[in-house]
Design a protein around this ligand. Structure first.
Ligand code: SF4
Length: 312
């Protein structure tokens, strides 16, 4: 008897393999150890409380993380690259604004280390002008449009994703495809806010070919623009969407499944990591945990949580 799979079986096998690879891409190998819970976020409502990780657990995974420069007076943060000390994690446990500190470590998070003029940009318009028709990395010739960011330049809440996809590349706006529609549902139906009230952008401003993960040199070239956006918008809370964005911003290799649901800090601003909407499209049962993370964000912002995610 032949051991070869029949064509329909092969199709199923290929589909499973594709899902498996996508899951590894989204969560990392550690993320495969078990489900995060179940339930639905249909319309972003009716979910349980998040499983909040302990400070110690986060501190352990964050031990090598860089301290970030915080701003208490609205001036740009100044970070200094230096050997990583055995510094405590910068996870935020309270709403207290952190004091200005010098950043240290393998990854400088100041915006000036690569583009000294960047910190002279006084607002988002000036920043967009500074970026211009950017050719600072190898993604430039492959893009249709540079996807800068949209929303309220003084938003309390900022969403940061990975990089533009095909729809975003065509329209020049972040989160406008299917995943973007789900993000809009989370904002509007789940949080009772509008897209125009928040600010939405990505770590990388140009689409990587075939939606591959951005490469280290591309992140290095582009991330100063994100950090400058953060400095200029100065939101109260950042929601990091998905493994890549969160790991790139926090300079961690911890899987998103272990980071989500706990507060972190970037440039003196509280950050809540959660799953990327594209991941939720493939894994709808995880909407429940994302809704739990979003509820924590709303509590932090002092906003009421709409009954059943704002439906009805
Ligand atoms: S990805 Fe960023 S650094 Fe690279 S070309 Fe686009 S805007 Fe410039």
């Amino acid at each position: 008897m032949s051991t070869l799979a029949s064509p329909p079986d092969r199709a199923k096998l290929l589909a499973s393999l594709r899902d498996y690879v996508e899951q590894i891409r989204e969560e990392g190998l550690e993320g495969l150890e078990g489900p995060q819970g179940s339930g639905d976020l249909e319309g972003c409502g009716g979910a349980s409380r998040p499983t909040m990780k302990t400070s110690a657990a986060v501190a352990a995974t964050s031990a090598g993380r860089r301290a970030v420069a915080a701003r208490s007076d609205g001036t740009p943060a100044q970070a200094v690259a230096a050997p990583a000390p055995a510094a405590p994690a910068t996870r935020v446990a309270t709403g207290t604004a952190p004091a200005r500190t010098a950043a240290a470590g393998l990854f400088a998070t100041n915006t000036a280390y690569l583009y000294p003029e960047l910190e002279k940009t006084a607002d988002l318009g000036a920043l967009r002008e500074f970026i211009g028709e950017c050719t600072r990395c190898k993604l430039a010739p492959m893009r249709t449009n540079l996807v800068f960011g949209v929303g309220n330049p003084k938003a309390e809440l900022m969403f940061v994703g990975e990089a533009p996809g095909a729809d975003e590349d065509l329209r020049g706006e972040p989160f406008v495809g299917r995943a973007g529609q789900l993000l809009t549902d989370i904002i509007e139906r789940g949080m009772g806010m509008t897209r125009a009230e928040v600010y939405i952008c990505n770590v990388i401003k140009c689409r990587p070919p075939e939606n591959r993960n951005p490469e280290a040199d591309e992140v290095a070239a582009c991330e100063p623009f994100l950090f400058r956006q953060i400095d200029l918008v100065r939101p109260r809370v950042i929601v990091g969407l998905g493994t890549f964005a969160v790991q790139a911003v926090l300079k961690l290799k911890t899987p998103i499944s272990k980071l989500r649901g706990t507060w972190h800090e970037v440039r003196g601003i509280k950050m809540m990591p959660t799953f990327h909407p594209a991941y939720l499209l493939r894994n709808p049962s995880e909407k429940r945990v994302v809704w739990a993370d979003i509820q924590e964000v709303m509590k932090e912002l002092g906003r009421p949580i709409p009954q059943r995610g704002g439906r009805g």
